[in-house]
Design a protein around this ligand. Structure first.
Ligand SMILES: [Zn+2]
Length: 438
């Protein structure tokens, strides 16, 4: 995959000092390490354009979005401590390595804690600390975001990046956004936020400012190529044009949008308007996994279903939105997102020797891209490499220790549930189940 197209090839990939130096058949063998991928697929690692390294999943399901945010997410986020974030980062990063994700942008809490884990996990990571002015205490602050950038921007060059992460225009003050825009220019970093996720949000902005959320950000000077917005579902035609003209990037999160009943992003129209679109999973609370294969399949099917058009989202396009076009959304297309000489070696090997991947058809009728989009899942990733470093081989992760992560996550999760008062919901569920008449 490169900017112009996607090509399948039977080839060796040679890597030196973390960079791809040759691609071709019968490359001369001088390597100190060799990975046999014969009969399998080598892809650029997946790039997740929107996720939060949260700790909990699978509880307080089936609630309306606003109730879920107010009664579950914000109390949980207020009770969240650095040691919870440590556990969450370990869990999320271990899951991503095992699922073939090599780059992600995280928008959440205690970025220094999560970045320390990233230093160890080996993943290419962007942290956009989630600033929340209202309700205060549920997120990071402008000051903590600045402190994080100062501390981490040069610490792991080229692999760990620091951005600004104002949560959303309804949870951050306009002045915070305006200040962030100035600072982002000063530090030359990106800005990640949520935008136009729900109709409630749009209605709030129409009432308060007589504008859409997109127009609001335009008027305060935020719309430009630095900005990556998550969701962008409820847009007018003018909003779409404006995002295209200002070169804003959009993260499409189909599983989360379906699960929270937020709506369907108009991805073909956004692409038509020239908007860069990458795929994201959103958090483990609203997905509930970080499987980019699943996200590709669901993302394509959601467009097809909602538009009554089975041709609405081709396989190759959605694969590009999970790799090279996602890299473009994060300003990393010159570095990752494709297997090309000169790019960093962020590679995954996907097992094709499995019944659900058969038949594997030879060129020129090859169906490998189709199988990757609709048949494969996270568990099919055999090997994950970032910057030429092997993080997982034959499903054994080297950079993190699974048993250790599991016990840390179990302990921290129970503690967080207790401290955020969520046990009452779990108790209530038990009661409901107990009194339910069949
Ligand atoms: Zn989100």
């Amino acid at each position: 995959m490169d900017q112009s197209g996607t090509r399948l090839q039977s080839a060796d990939v040679a890597v030196k000092d973390g960079t791809i130096v040759a691609i071709g058949s019968q490359l001369p063998h001088h390597s100190i390490a060799e990975i046999d991928a014969v009969g399998n697929a080598i892809l650029p690692g997946f790039i997740n354009c929107h996720m939060h390294q949260t700790l909990l999943r699978g509880l307080c399901e089936d609630m309306p979005l606003m109730q879920w945010l107010e009664e579950v997410c914000f109390p949980k986020d207020r009770a969240f401590e650095p040691f919870h974030q440590h556990a969450a980062a370990l869990m999320n990063q271990l899951e991503m390595i095992r699922a073939g994700t090599t780059t992600y942008i995280d928008i959440f809490r205690y970025p220094s804690v999560a970045a320390l884990v990233a230093e160890r996990s080996g993943l290419r990571s962007i942290f956009s600390p989630q600033i929340i002015d209202n309700p205060l205490g549920a997120g990071e602050t402008l000051q903590s975001n600045i402190a994080f950038i100062e501390e981490w921007r040069d610490r792991v060059p080229g692999r760990i990046f620091t951005w600004f992460g104002p949560h959303a225009p309804y949870s951050c003050l306009p002045d915070t956004f305006i200040e962030i825009e100035k600072l982002a220019e000063k530090y030359d970093v990106g800005i990640h936020t949520h935008l136009a996720e729900t109709l409630d949000e749009v209605n709030l902005f129409r009432r308060r400012y007589a504008k859409t959320p997109v127009q609001f950000l335009w008027d305060i000077g935020l719309l430009n190529s630095r900005l990556l917005v998550a969701h962008a579902i409820h847009l007018t035609d003018e909003d779409i044009q404006l995002l295209g003209e200002t070169d804003v990037a959009v993260a499409y999160n189909p599983s989360s949008n379906m699960k929270l009943s937020s709506g369907v992003a108009r991805i073909p129209e956004l692409i038509e308007a020239g908007v860069r679109v990458g795929l994201g999973t959103d958090s483990n609370l609203s997905n509930n996994n970080l499987d980019m294969f699943e996200e590709m399949g669901i993302g394509a099917m959601l467009q097809k279903l909602s538009r009554s058009d089975a041709a609405a989202m081709p396989c190759e396009k959605i694969l590009r939105m999970a790799t090279i076009e996602a890299a473009d959304c994060l300003g990393l297309a010159d570095r990752v997102g494709s297997i090309e000489v000169g790019k960093r070696a962020d590679l995954i090997i996907v097992d094709l020797h499995a019944p659900h991947m058969w038949p594997v058809l030879p060129e020129p009728t090859s169906n490998i891209i189709e199988q990757l989009v609709y048949s494969a899942s996270a568990g099919d990733v055999l090997t994950t490499v970032v910057d030429g470093v092997v993080l997982m081989k034959d499903r054994i992760v080297y950079s993190l220790e699974q048993a250790e992560v599991e016990s840390i996550v179990q302990e921290a999760s129970l503690d967080l549930i207790k401290k955020s008062g969520l046990t009452r919901y779990l108790g209530a569920k038990q009661e409901r189940r107990g009194t339910h008449k069949m």
